[in-house]
Write a protein that binds this ligand. Sequence first.
Ligand SMILES: Nc1ncnc2c1ncn2[C@@H]1O[C@H](COP(=O)(O)OP(=O)(O)OP(=O)(O)O)[C@@H](O)[C@H]1O
Ligand SMILES: [Mg+2]
Length: 219
Amino acid sequence: MIRLEHIHRYFQVGEHTVHALNDINLTINKGEYVSVMGPSGSGKSTLLNIVALLDRPSSGRYVLNDIDVIQRSDDELARIRRENIGFVFQFFHVIPRLTAAENVEMPMILAGINPKERKQRVLEALAAVSLQDRIHHKPNQLSGGQLQRVAIARAMIMRPEVVLADEPTGNLDSKAGLEIMELLENLNRQGVTLIMITHDQVLGSRALRRIRIVDGQIE
Ligand SMILES: Nc1ncnc2c1ncn2[C@@H]1O[C@H](COP(=O)(O)OP(=O)(O)OP(=O)(O)O)[C@@H](O)[C@H]1O
Ligand SMILES: [Mg+2]
């Protein structure tokens, strides 16, 4: 479960302060499917990055599965993130010099899982996103939709409870976008909590719960 209480995030740029999140209060239960919408610059990515433990709020409380994460060190946060959270980005963020298999394997190397188990799990994860015949391809040898499927396989490889997606279909055509949506929604049906930012009304309305952010506040 995710609980945010009175979260603020300020960014200081020169002598100018941006109040990107302004008193966010939000509880998301295990297994929910939530879409996050709102105008450009309203704070959606800032919010998701905090939930993903990629960024810290300026003030407020964040409790993830009964752990008060704000109190934890960066190393602890990295471990909590690796074990609990998968993240899918608009621009894929796969590592260019690694193959599809090596990209998916990376979180398991960081977690110290043995090579035999890693290999087995990589094959399963790539098969689950229908990329069993692209295992040794590098990112520049894959389409956008395929890259996003590699990113989903990588996000799922540690079997996280929560998957966060920041405009996962933003750089895909509608057919590839729909395939990505179906993969993510299928994970949700298996019990994974899914939180997805989208600019697309139609895609956003597929979620059972919709959150709208304007000027750093939930409407
Ligand atoms: N690292 C940063 N330093 C300074 N300002 C930032 C930083 N990150 C975000 N901001 C500012 O915070 C506000 C919220 O940004 P954010 O990226 O969360 O918006 P968004 O809702 O995701 O927008 P978009 O739909 O365009 O992706 C914006 O005004 C942005 O300029
Ligand atoms: Mg954004």
